[in-house]
Structures are given as C-alpha cells and as structure tokens.
Design a protein around this ligand. Structure first.
Ligand code: HEC
Length: 422
C-alpha cells in the first residue's frame, strides 16, 4: 500500500495527437510549428470551455482531463469540427489533423500531472481513431450513449500494451443521420459483420470527418462511403520532381507531359520493392489516354496498365472474369496545391488461383509506396493494410469481377507507345 497517500480521482482523459507529424515537420518545420501552436490554442480554449484542463502535451500530443465524460466527448467533437474548418483554409499538404481518444478511469494525481492505466489507455487508443476522428473506450460509451446526439460504431476489443484486459472501443460518428445509432464494427473479432457495417454506413450515407475517400460521381447507384481514413492518405512523399505553374488548371495534355518526364524515375523507385511487376508494368498496354485525377485513389493522377493475360480489361464493362495471371497496375503522381509534382503509390491487382481469397474474387491487392516500400499485400506482408482495397472494390460487383474500369472519357485502347494495338 505504498501509494495509499497519493491523491486520486475519477476523470475522463482526452488524448490527442497529430497525424503524420514527422512528414509535416520534414516538409516545412516552421509552418508546421506555426499551425501546431495555433491549433493547440484552439484545443486549450475548447477544453477550458468544457470544464476541462490540459495537463500534459509534449511535441504533437495533448492530454486533457474532464470531470464529465459528456463534456469530454462534446469537447472532442467541437475540436474536430473547428480544426476541420481551419484545415479547409490551408493547402492540402499543410493540413494538420488530430486523432482523439477518450477514456474514463481512476488516476493518481501528482503535482498537477495524472498517472495510471487510464491515462496510458487513452494515449494508446488514439491510434485507432481516424484522422480527424474520435474513439472512445467502453467506459466512456456507457456514460454518454443516451446523452448526446451522436452515433457510434463498435470497433471490438483491442489489447493495449502493458494492460492485461482488452479494451472495448467505439468510434464516434458525428453525421446527423448517425445520431442514436450503434453500428456493428470491424473489431478483430467482428470481421464477418464488417460487410454489413459498410452497407449500413452506405445506407445512412454517413459522412464522417477525416481524409475520406469517395466513390466518384460517375459511378451509378453508389452513395459516398467514408468512415475509414484511406491508407492512401498515409503515403509519404519522398520525391519532388519539379513544380508546375498553375496546378489547378492542368489539362490532360499537360498531365501527360508531366508523366512522360517523371515516369522512368517513378518506375525506378517503385522498383526498389521486391515486387516483380513494379519494374515491368510500364511496358504493358496502358488503357487511359492521359493521366486523370482519381478521387478514389487519393486524389492523384493515375494511369492504368494491364498485362497480356489481362487483355480483356480493354473490353471494360464487358470484360467478365479475368483469367488467373491477369495483372492490373495503377501508378500515380500528385500535383500539390503549390504545384509540386510528387510520386504517389503504385497499386496492383493480380488474379490468383481459385481459393486464394474468395471474398475478394481471388485478387491479390498490393500497394507500393513512392519510395519502393511495400505498404501491404493480400495474404502476405501487412495484409490487413490492404483490406480497404477489397472493401471498396467489392462495390463494383462480382459480375464485374470487382473491377471499376476507367471513367469513359479517359479510356483508350492503344496509347502506350511501347505496345502496339492488335
Ligand atoms: C474508395 C474506393 C477504392 C479504394 C479504397 C481502392 N480502389 Fe482501386 N479503384 C477504384 C476505382 C473507382 C477505380 C477505377 C477508377 C479510377 O481509376 O479512379 C479503381 C481502379 C483500380 C485498378 C485498375 C483496375 C480497375 O478496377 O479498373 C487497380 C489495379 C486498383 N484500383 C487497385 C487498388 C488497390 C491495390 C487498392 C488498395 C491499395 C485500391 N485499388 C483501393 C476504387 C478504389
């Protein structure tokens, strides 16, 4: 009973930290610190307004305590709303988003600082929140669920480092349509319910703040589906090739000129991965006339290649099920608001023998980062990271073999100079 005399109290702990802080710092230290300082002020102000107190915050993190879970969650929602509003005024690459987690627990107080499992759990749960999103532990959920106009998604049990018991986690849904709803979610033990959740979210049309990925408007019958931050948003930006003058007004021909200038370098850096296709995909036939902006693939300019086995891809909607050995490759580059041209990820779909992954029509999805690092590959390294590919591509439907094809205005049959038409 050594700690008998240390004062304790029951509090809601809010932990927040910046998404991609080191990338932001790497790109522009001064601007990043300026934004961080401004955003911290916003957070401090809102914490105060909700009867809370910031008790710690090193680097890019903020920790606050609240006597009331309801106030803590209200505060978190306000923080994310306010920061989203401010981010909208910044160029895309300079936006700073926070992940927030809230947990309730009995903590020790020493010289104004708080200690204990409850604090550690809050800090750990942050990583489960989407950028711009909020996660809460079950202890908070039980206190607030009927008291706020919010929805919740059950994320299942998560084990937390150095904590014996797993913690049940919920994601807070702020869209008005979600209010009062509890969605089954995608905890490690709730995978089979995931599809239902995605469907439920589509029906609700829930729009959750975050770096959302949207299906493009040309896809008939599809409601925007967000909920997850796209892994595309985590892509690092190692190579800046050059800068263009008026990035917003890039026409197809300009995009093609840019692409021609950087393609060899792009291929060389993808080639640092061990993926055999990454060094040869550019010799396959290309099916788009010029690089076009793909909202679903991280708002980057993309190109679509298919190997010989995947020739039917050129019949687009009439392609049917592609044969085993078909490989589709999509490289990408980004032109930032400032006009910087930077390589984006390379994504691949390879048709594997039946049984490989029936849920995903046996496609192996792979994503390679612009610097050649493997982000993940289905049933291989970091397989879980590319599950979001399957989840979106499934929406294309089995009769289309989970393929979306290229928006019509960008299609061509034989533009790749290295591949003559048949
Ligand atoms: C939010 C939905 C979404 C996600 C997530 C997504 N894709 Fe796609 N993908 C599309 C759409 C829509 C197209 C076709 C239009 C385009 O190019 O934007 C496409 C096209 C493709 C193509 C060309 C074949 C085709 O369907 O026409 C490949 C290859 C591909 N995606 C791979 C991936 C990989 C690998 C991932 C995960 C790292 C991924 N996609 C994640 C929506 C998505």
């Amino acid at each position: 009973m050594a700690h008998e005399n240390i004062p304790r109290r029951l509090v809601a702990i809010l932990a927040a930290d910046v998404v991609g802080y080191s990338r932001l710092m790497g790109e522009d230290e001064e601007e990043t610190l300026k934004t961080l300082r401004a955003y911290r002020e916003v957070i401090n102000g809102l914490v105060g307004e909700h009867d809370g107190r910031v008790f710690a915050g090193a680097g890019d993190s903020v920790m606050a305590e609240f006597p009331s879970p309801v106030q803590a969650v209200r505060c978190a929602v306000r923080i994310q709303e306010e920061l989203e509003r401010r981010n909208a005024g910044l160029p895309e690459g300079r936006r700073m988003q926070f992940r927030i987690a809230i947990n309730l627990g009995d903590v020790m107080v020493e010289e104004g600082n708080l200690f204990g499992d409850a604090v550690n759990i809050a800090a750990r749960l942050q990583s489960l929140a989407s950028p711009g999103g909020i996660c809460i532990s079950d202890s908070i959920y039980q206190q607030i669920r009927n008291k706020l106009p919010l929805g919740y998604e059950h994320l299942g049990e998560h084990s937390v480092k150095n904590i014996a018991e797993p913690v049940v986690v919920y994601r807070v849904l702020t869209a008005p349509e979600a209010a009062g709803k509890l969605l089954a979610g995608k905890g490690p033990r709730a995978r089979s319910r995931r599809r239902a959740t995605v469907a439920a979210i589509m029906v609700l049309g829930v729009v959750v703040a975050g770096i959302a990925v949207w299906l493009r408007p040309w896809m008939p019958g599809m409601e925007p589906e967000s909920e997850e931050p796209s892994a595309f948003s985590q892509v690092v930006r190692p190579t800046r090739h050059f800068r263009v003058e008026r990035p917003a007004e890039l026409a197809g021909a300009d995009a093609l000129t840019i692409y021609d200038r950087i393609r060899d370098k792009m291929v060389a850096s993808y080639g640092r991965s061990n993926d055999a296709f990454s060094t040869v995909y550019h010799t396959w036939r290309r099916y788009n006339a010029a690089p076009y902006l793909s909202a679903t693939h991280g708002k980057r300019y993309v190109n679509n290649y298919a190997n010989d086995a995947a020739r039917a891809y050129g019949r687009f909607e009439k392609a049917g099920t592609l044969p085993v050995g078909s490989v589709l490759a999509k490289d990408s580059f980004e032109v930032t608001d400032r006009g910087d041209v930077v390589t984006g990820p390379l994504t691949l779909m390879e048709k594997m023998p039946a049984g490989f992954n029936p849920e995903g029509r046996d496609w192996r999805y792979t994503m390679i980062m612009p610097d050649g690092a493997l982000f993940g590959t289905t049933n291989g390294e970091s397989s879980e990271r590319v599950e979001f590919c399957v989840e979106c591509h499934i929406a294309a439907g089995a009769e289309r073999d989970h393929l979306f094809f290229i928006p019509e205005q960008h299609r061509t049959r034989f533009l790749n100079p290295q591949k003559s038409p048949d």
